[in-house]
Design a protein around this ligand. Sequence first.
Ligand SMILES: Nc1ncnc2c1ncn2[C@@H]1O[C@H](COP(=O)(O)OP(=O)(O)OP(=O)(O)O)[C@@H](O)[C@H]1O
Length: 253
Amino acid sequence: MTALLVATAATKSYGPRRVLDGVDLDIAAGDRLGILGASGAGKSTLLRLLLAVEAPDRGEIRFRDRPVRPARPGALAWFRRAVQLVPQDPYGSLSPRMTVAEIIAEPLECLRVPGDHRERVAELLAAVDLDPALARRRPAALSGGQRQRVAVARALAPRPEVLVADEPVSALDATVRVMVLDLLLEASERSGAALVMVSHDVAAVRRVCDRVAVLDRGRIAESGTVVDVFGAPGTNATRDLLAAVPRLPVGAA
Ligand SMILES: Nc1ncnc2c1ncn2[C@@H]1O[C@H](COP(=O)(O)OP(=O)(O)OP(=O)(O)O)[C@@H](O)[C@H]1O
């Protein structure tokens, strides 16, 4: 399968503290990879490197074999179109002053994506199962689940090859979590975009991903298919995560 987003020996320190240490990771077309780890394991830092928001101190990030590093927005537009973020918190991430339609169209405008943006917004609202009448509303008028649907639609807008989701359901009520996880799964299946989902929630990874990499204190402790890694965990890091209280409603996973 075509390798899309690849981290090689990615290392990052903040002051004297090494937060990531030689992380190798590859995301291929069609993959749904969970990056699982306890709080402080380095998950968000790894995402910032994968998104070229920050540069590794050592090692590198490549997309379709092309190195990517933080750069002025115009220079990275090709990469921003290809790799889109679904943020953690739908309350904080959507601009309160913009309408839903403006929010979804924003990446199309910023990244100068050709085509009829209005038509694309209508298509995206349908894809995430939002009533077209919501297009003129502002985020304050929406529920948490609806806001996360808007965030997914926005991420899908430029037809990315990889969707990166950062703890996409941790800010939501338990009842809405399963719905949003299923939406992400469906969005990646339908659009053909690979999905990278950071989480500390085993049940969320099990529901959405087919591969998992367990991050422990800045290193990949183990990786493999969800079935193999969760079926026969090879490290204490994985066993501890599996022993943690399930976060999805009983019977949902
Ligand atoms: N910009 C920064 N400056 C200094 N330290 C940082 C910075 N970003 C992260 N860290 C530290 O790096 C470590 C890993 O943080 P990171 O947010 O990547 O972990 P995480 O696995 O995403 O944790 P959580 O699940 O709690 O979000 C933490 O100890 C954190 O305090």
